[in-house]
Ligand binder design. Structure first.
Ligand SMILES: Nc1nc2c(ncn2[C@@H]2O[C@H](COP(=O)(O)OP(=O)(O)OP(=O)(O)O)[C@@H](O)[C@H]2O)c(=O)[nH]1
Ligand SMILES: [Mg+2]
Length: 235
């Protein structure tokens, strides 16, 4: 890796570590349950306080399935669709917060938009350490990209052996109706079998592109609540 590349990776890792510092700085001791899921060393506090969680989200899948298009679209609230394909080299980091449905709480996602090309896999494995949630994308018009999800999931789960990491499988490019080769039922079954949520979208047509992150926010928040309950039951 070049020196410039190395420096940029160090910058990214620093960014990724920020939610911990930020949450710790923002939280008084009484509100500290805010971050229990993402920051397990912090204890419980006042009931009913608004909760802000931070989560490292790994975005992965084969080349050209639309991961960067999804990340850009999500970050820009639907304002920017990346029409031209620009291969991601290594990882691009994006930060965005979402509200947790039916609560006043939120999750700030640190999205690690990862290269699909094998060439970068060694670098990815170093930067993927300690994920909180997974977003695995395939292209509904590309069977190979669906078949490779097993390989991607194995690599992602190897980052957190023995831990439950919420994840979502996402079928993209549903706008290409006549070219679809992976059926929804087939993908849904695969996702169920592997303990993942499932959704479909068309980033191009701005359909459902926020769904994966809402699903992950909900699952991650649920995990946080369970941890808080366990914490209380032990106190
Ligand atoms: N038709 C259609 N094209 C899409 C959609 N989403 C993304 N694309 C296009 O697919 C191509 C690849 O998208 P990227 O987001 O760059 O793919 P990627 O998964 O990030 O690829 P790597 O960085 O190489 O891993 C681009 O030309 C996008 O415009 C979609 O929903 N429908
Ligand atoms: Mg990309």
């Amino acid at each position: 890796m070049s020196r410039a590349g190395d420096q940029s990776n160090r910058r990214m890792l620093k960014e990724a570590g920020r939610p911990v510092a930020r949450a710790a700085a923002l939280l008084g001791p009484r509100q500290s349950r805010v971050a229990a899921a993402a920051f397990p060393r912090i204890g419980p506090g006042r009931a009913g306080a608004m909760v802000k969680l931070g989560a490292k989200c790994l975005l992965a899948g084969d080349p050209a399935v639309g991961k960067s298009a999804l990340a850009q679209m999500f970050r820009s609230d639907g304002a920017h669709f990346q029409k031209n394909y620009t291969l991601t080299t290594g990882i691009e980091l994006l930060v965005k917060a979402v509200s947790v449905p039916e609560t006043s709480d939120s999750v700030e996602f640190f999205i690690f938009d990862s290269a699909g090309k094998d060439l970068f896999s060694e670098m990815l494995e170093k930067l993927w350490e300690q994920p909180n949630v997974l977003c695995l994308v395939y292209d509904v018009t590309n069977e190979q990209s669906f078949n490779n999800c097993a390989k991607w999931l194995e690599k992602l789960r190897a980052q957190a052996v023995g831990m439950y990491i919420p994840g979502v499988l996402v079928g993209n490019k549903t706008d290409l109706v006549g070219r679809r080769v992976v059926e929804q039922k087939q993908a849904q079954e695969w996702a169920d079998k592997h303990g993942l949520e499932y959704c479909e979208m068309s980033v191009k047509e701005m359909k459902n592109f926020e769904a994966p992150f809402h699903i992950l926010a909900k699952s991650f928040h649920q995990l946080y609540k369970e941890k808080v309950e366990t914490f209380h039951s032990l106190a």
